[in-house]
Design a protein around this ligand. Structure first.
Ligand code: DAH
Length: 355
């Protein structure tokens, strides 16, 4: 009886196949090869019509049994395989909750930001506002309105990064042949912006980045931070300047540090000074850090030049004022006795974590 042999063969083939099948795909392939539309069992059942009528009931019954058995066997194997697959995933993806966690190291505020904020706090305590200004400036705000003459050396491209050369064709708009748009070399230009917008009394500081074509070395950075200060009011004197800056320097460096005001020149202030604090390393006796002078230069300042007031329409007969500019990196270096300003730029955590 050919058909019953075929049915047995199918059953055997399925049993063997199932034993070897390890994945859902392999299992599905077996199912399709037997029970699918073109599967062996399906096709066999289509041939039932050719079986002699007297054998048909028995053969039909047998075929149905085989189909039920095969179907059940495939289902059983399917459950086994999915358990194994699941178990494998568990093994791969399980985590050991008893392992110690990884500690995320938190960053901290950069020393420059810390010092800048400290300076802001001191002046806010004195009633000053904190202003902001553009990093990309014009020669008008960076030089001209600050009373810098056309041939002032700081206007040359040796000392200033120019962005756009918009000098009219055939003409050098500025004596040294530079363009009008630049990266600000100082925060002093913010004085002009503020006085254009605000009427006195003005008590403001402006922290911000400035740029100069300097090669980075122990004492220079091509990009650094300044805090500008400006006071304009009635009856402001050099005594106010000195009292304010002495207070500020003692807050920042400690009350034991002496200050010294040395005459200097800045185009936008008259008279002008550079201010030194006594060396924190040697206490003023003289050492390598202060180049054996006992003093460290820390800021520039002076009484606002009447010419500057004229540019912004403030009457120098009615108002007077003082201004100052502090280098933030330098304050940090002097306060923590940093031997090299570049340490502030490297992002080396071993250095930054100390503050
Ligand atoms: N702008 C000056 C500089 O970059 C610093 C300075 C000096 C600012 C005197 C001032 C000032 O406001 O009065 O070197």
């Amino acid at each position: 009886m050919a058909m019953s042999d075929d049915l047995k063969a199918i059953e055997k083939q399925v049993q063997e196949g199932l034993r070897k099948a390890l994945t859902p795909d392999e299992l599905e392939a077996i199912r399709v090869s037997v029970l699918g539309r073109k599967g062996r069992l399906t096709q066999l059942m289509h041939m039932m019509g050719k079986v002699p009528p007297e054998e048909r009931p028995a053969m039909g019954k047998m075929a149905n049994q085989v189909r039920a058995q095969v179907t059940a066997a495939i289902e059983k194997r399917r459950v086994e395989i999915s358990k194994t697959v699941m178990q494998e995933r568990f093994n791969q993806e399980s985590i050991d909750v008893t392992l110690p966690g990884r500690v995320r190291t938190l960053g901290s505020e950069h020393l420059i930001s810390q010092v800048r904020e400290e300076i802001e706090d001191i002046f806010c305590g004195l009633g000053y506002t904190v202003e902001d200004g553009p990093l990309v400036e014009t020669t008008y705000y960076n030089f001209t309105a600050l009373n810098a003459p056309e041939d002032h050396p700081s206007r040359s491209s040796k000392d200033t990064f120019y962005v756009v050369d918009n000098a009219p064709e055939g003409k050098t708009q500025h004596v040294l042949g530079e363009s009008d748009v630049l990266l600000r070399t100082q925060t002093s230009g913010v004085q002009i912006h503020v006085m254009e917008k605000q009427k006195p009394p003005i008590y403001m500081i402006c922290p911000g980045t400035v740029f100069r074509p300097d090669t980075a070395d122990a004492n220079h950075l091509p990009q650094f931070t300044q805090v500008e200060g400006l006071v304009v009011d009635k009856g402001i004197t050099f005594g106010d300047l000195k009292g304010t800056l002495d207070y500020f320097l003692h807050e920042i460096f400690g009350k034991d540090r002496a200050t010294r005001y040395r005459p200097h020149f800045f185009p936008f202030t008259e008279p002008s000074c550079e201010v030194d604090v006594s060396c924190g390393v040697c206490g003023g006796k003289g050492c390598r850090f202060c180049k054996y002078t006992g003093w460290l230069e820390i800021l520039g300042c002076g009484m606002v030049d009447p010419n500057v007031f004229k540019y912004v329409g403030i009457d120098p007969e009615e108002y007077s004022g003082f201004a100052f500019g502090i280098g933030v990196e330098r304050v940090a270096a002097l306060r923590y006795n940093l031997p090299d300003l570049r340490m502030l730029m490297t992002g080396d955590e071993r250095f930054l974590k100390q503050f």
